[in-house]
Every structure is written in C-alpha cells, then in structure tokens.
Design a protein around this ligand. Structure first.
Ligand SMILES: *[C@@H]1O[C@H](CO)[C@@H](O)[C@H](O)[C@H]1NC(C)=O
Ligand SMILES: *[C@@H]1O[C@H](CO)[C@@H](O)[C@H](O)[C@H]1NC(C)=O
Length: 537
C-alpha cells in the first residue's frame, strides 16, 4: 500500500510537471533584452534626465498575443535599485514576477534580472513602468498590448490600424528632486505639463478617410486624471483594461492614473488635420496638450478652437463612469462569454472598507490606509512568506474597517483565502481624486457614491454588467465599491496610482493563500530569484 501510494504520488508529480511545462511549451516565446539607462531629453523644452529603455523614451512597446510567454532580461544601468512592474498582467500563480518590492528584491545597480511570465487568458491594453522609488516620474514606462488569438472572435470589425497613446503628466524636476521633497514631508506642486508618447504637442497619427482605427489610451502619469478627446470625432469605447465594454460613443473620456481604454474612431470628416487633446481634470489651472490626427493626403493644418473639456465638477465624471459596462454577449480571451460569470449572485464572504487619510507622522506628511502608512521592509513579503522568515510582517495587522487609532508607519498585509469572493470599498476621506489598483486580478466596479459608504449603499450596486478592470477612481470625499474573486494565489499589491501618495504610504498587500502546496495553485520560487534582506542566505 505504502509503496503504491508513493508511486502514485511520484506519477502525479511527473504529470503535474508535464502539464505545467507543456502548457508553456505550446505557446510562443518572445525574448527581450532591455538596457535601462539614464539619458537626456527635453519633453517640455528643457533638457533633463529621463529613464530610457534601449535608448527609447517611452520604452519599447511589447506587442503580444494571448498566452505568449514573455522573457525580459532587464539590465539595470542606473545608479539605484530598480524594478519594472507589468501593470494589469495577472501573473497567474506567480506573483514572483510582479516586480514590486513586496514580491521581488530590486535589481541592484549595474546588475540584471530576467522576468519570465505568460500573458495567460488576457487580451487588451496594458503597460509596464518602474515600481521603485519615484522612477516612474522620469520614464521607463511603455505599452504592453495583447491581441486575441486568431481562433477568438472580437465584438467589432478588425480596425484598419492600431495606435497606442501613452498620456501623462510630467515634471521638469527629476525623480530625485521630487523624492527629496516628499521625503522632507512636503507635497508636490502641480505638474509642469502633459505628454503624449513622450512628446508635448508633437505626436501625429495618420489614417485614411473612411477607415476605422483603434486608439489605445493609457494614463501613464504619476498624479493627474486626464480628459481625452479628438476634434470632430466620436470615440466608441470597446475595451476597458481587458474587458469588452458596451460600445457607446463618447465626445470625450476621463482616464485616471493607471487606467487604460481602447476606442474605435472612424475617419468621417473632410481630409485635413484634427486636434487630439488631453487636458487635466480637477486641477487649477488646467494643463492641456495636443497631438494630431492626420487624414492621409491632408494639406490643411488643424484649426482652433480645441474641442471643449467637461467642467471642473465631478458629477459629469461619475455619470460617465457608470456608463462603462460589460458587453455580456461578447467573448473574453477564452471562447466563453465574459458575462457568464454571474458575479452578482455570488455570496460575499468578507467586506473590507479602506479609508485613505492624509496624516502627519513624526511631523511629516504621510498617507494612511486604515491607519497604517505602508513602508517597504528590506525583505520582500513574498520571500519572507516562502522561507518562513519571521519579523517581516504580521498578517491582518490592518483592520477590515477604518480605525480611530493614531496613524502609524507599518507593513500592512491582509490575510485572505484562495477563492474567497470579497467586497472592497474605497472610502476617500480626502478632497482629492484617488486611483486604486490591484495586482494579480481584476475586480467588478459595482458602485460609485458620494459621502460615506454604508451597507445601505449596496442597494444601488450594479450586479448585472459592471465593468471588470484593475484600476478604479474614487471621487473626492466619496466611495467606490468593487467585488473581487481571489482566484490567484500570491502576494498582491493594492496601491494608489497617485505615485507621490503611494510613495508616502498609500498602499497595502493582499496575501491570497491556501495551505495546499501544489503547482496547480502556485509555482515554485524561480531559480533566478534575487535574494535580499533577511532572505539573502
Ligand atoms: C543576466 O544577463 C545574462 C546575459 O547577459 C544572463 O545570462 C543571465 O541569466 C541574467 N541574469 C539573471 C539573474 O537573469
Ligand atoms: C456586444 O457584443 C456582441 C457580440 O460580439 C456584438 O455583436 C454587439 O455589437 C456588442 N454590443 C454592444 C452594445 O457593444
């Protein structure tokens, strides 16, 4: 009996290895070698230091297909530890590749590390960017676009072309100056301008009259929400962060830090140039930048006035946000209808209400989530977990509801069970807009409301066709509620995409766990994993 049991176990082990290897082996590999260096550019007319990848700013795009395996050797030639994170890539069963300080040791200066991950069952518009320090403020970001496999249908005709627009705010002060300011306890001023693909008022996108093009628009900025519009053209929304949306036409779209949308634009106008406009939302003054949509053969420059932006008030934005909904009859990345997952009827096992509060700790500006202002330990949480290293973090030291405890620095980690279906309410106590992102999975955005969330607020949830995305805005002194199925084991960063806020503590981690040690639920630590802190030996 004993021998048989062991034999069966070995057989099972071999089978598991086989399926894991095989699942990867049948899908194509894409290899990249990326040199991360400083360089000089003048995006706002003043020469300054930026982060280049293979001498490019923004970094080179990754154009891939669902299920592709991505191998990126990142060679850090900066003078500081560095990591890239793959924003919106779910990293199924392998938070080892997530590239944040809770899961990875940073790549030391003049050293390299190779990421290996699969774009499993995802299609859509994503990005990558530096997760360390304030590096994102000076570049190092780029597009990550995932096309559907040829056997999967999409709910719109194939566009004649595909344009990627990385839009974001920009500071002339370098990352080190911004960091110094934040570390000294001061808030950052308004950014100096907005860029589209690293350029101010200089990006041109050319198409043919009568044809329809896909525009993928991502907010790569560090703090500012934007409104995006194209003179004389409607934007038909088709995708929100990997979900096929209802295909509604819009005059303009609000896109918050860390968010992506894709729209279809049909060139129905006269043959000339048209302004593409991005302007900041909820700021005084409003910053604006432009690009050009050029009809092939155009000899006529774009003419003023620029199309108008929505007003300062948030009401317009909330109303628009509620119209972003799932197309329940469309396929997802796999050939099953994305709406077949009836999230609205699943029992919620836990409700976590997260209040973000601006605080002073030791006399300095910090941001807290349920009383704790997160500080990265020198040992990544994931490594501490794997090697059972004590003294790095304590599970559930953060409460599920806002607390009146005095604000404190700390390492906050929620302990959650694999496959739990939970509700997270982001309660914004600040008079500024928030943008929250969860690594490792997407969530259904079921409600936005003003004031304080109560259980009564649940009555107005959208339990039928809420959009599923990975980054959501929370309006000033308001709440946003999301439902999430925790089907991805690992250590996942839940963070503010307002980068100065995150830098000053507005983040936490979700440890999604079960006690079964199996390659079916989580891969082993990669053999090349970097070691640091208490996990050095
Ligand atoms: C560093 O790069 C070299 C090739 O330049 C590669 O052989 C090696 O595996 C890389 N190291 C890591 C830890 O990825
Ligand atoms: C939803 O998807 C279906 C099926 O692919 C498509 O035919 C339809 O136009 C879409 N509807 C909307 C409103 O987006």
């Amino acid at each position: 009996m004993m021998k048989q049991a062991i034999f069966l176990q070995i057989l099972l082990g071999i089978l598991v290895c086989f399926t894991v290897l095989f699942a990867n082996a049948e899908d194509p590999y894409r290899y990249y070698t990326w040199f991360v260096t400083y360089g000089t550019r003048a995006p706002l007319g003043v020469k300054q230091q930026v982060i280049l990848i293979n001498n490019q700013f923004p970094g080179p795009p990754i154009e891939a297909v669902t299920n592709d395996n991505i191998i990126v050797n990142v060679i850090n030639q900066l003078d500081e530890p560095f990591l890239l994170t793959w924003h919106g890539v779910k990293q199924r069963k392998t938070s080892w590749q997530d590239g944040v300080l809770g899961t990875n040791c940073p790549i030391p200066p003049h050293s390299n590390w190779t990421y290996k991950f699969q774009l499993k069952d995802q299609i859509g518009t994503y990005m990558y960017y530096p997760s360390t320090s304030m590096h994102k403020a000076i570049g190092g970001y780029g597009a990550l676009n995932i096309e559907q496999r040829s056997v999967i249908s999409i709910p719109y005709p194939a566009p004649a072309g595909d344009f990627t627009l990385l839009v974001g705010d920009w500071y002339k002060a370098g990352d080190k100056a911004l960091r110094k300011k934040l570390n000294s306890g001061l808030a950052l001023p308004l950014p100096d301008g907005l860029l589209i693909n690293g350029l101010h008022k200089a990006s041109v996108f050319t198409g043919q009259k009568g044809k329809t093009y896909k525009f993928r628009i991502t907010n790569v900025g560090i703090s500012t929400s934007i409104n995006f519009r194209i003179q004389g053209h409607k934007l038909v929304l088709i995708e929100v962060e990997g979900s096929h949306s209802l295909q509604e036409p819009y005059e303009s779209l609000d896109i918050h830090p860390g968010q992506s949308v894709a729209v279809l634009v049909t060139l129905r106008g006269a043959i000339k140039d048209y302004y593409i406009v991005a302007s900041t939302r909820f700021t005084k003054p409003i910053l604006t930048t432009t690009g050009i949509l050029r009809y092939q053969g155009s000899n006529t420059p774009a003419s003023l006035p620029l199309p108008i932006a929505p007003t300062y008030h948030v009401h317009w934005s909330i109303k628009q946000a509620r119209t972003f909904r799932l197309n329940l009859t469309a396929n997802a990345a796999r050939p099953n209808p994305q709406g077949s997952f009836h999230y609205g009827s699943i029992k919620i096992v836990r409700t976590i209400v997260l209040a973000n509060v601006k605080a002073k700790i030791n006399g300095k500006l910090r941001y807290t989530v349920n009383g704790i202002s997160y500080v990265d330990p020198t040992t990544p949480l994931k490594l501490a977990d794997w090697f059972n290293i004590p003294g790095v973090f304590t599970l559930n030291n953060i409460k599920d509801v806002p607390t009146s405890r005095p604000p404190a620095l700390g390492v906050s980690v929620f302990g959650l069970t694999l496959h739990d279906f939970i509700e997270i309410v982001f309660q914004n106590t600040e008079p500024t807009i928030q943008s929250w992102h969860l690594d490792g999975t997407s969530f259904f955005v079921v409600g936005y409301g003003s004031g304080k969330w109560t259980t009564e607020s649940k009555k107005r949830y959208n339990l039928a066709d809420a959009i599923s995305r990975h980054t959501v805005q929370v309006y000033p002194n308001s709440w946003t509620a999301v439902l999430v199925s925790l089907d991805n084991k690992g250590m996942w960063n839940l963070r503010s995409e307002i980068w100065p806020d995150r830098f000053l503590g507005k983040q936490t981690y979700l440890r999604v766990w079960n006690n079964e040690k199996s390659l079916y639920t989580e891969t082993d630590i990669p053999p090349n994993a970097l070691r640091c802190g208490k996990a050095s030996h």
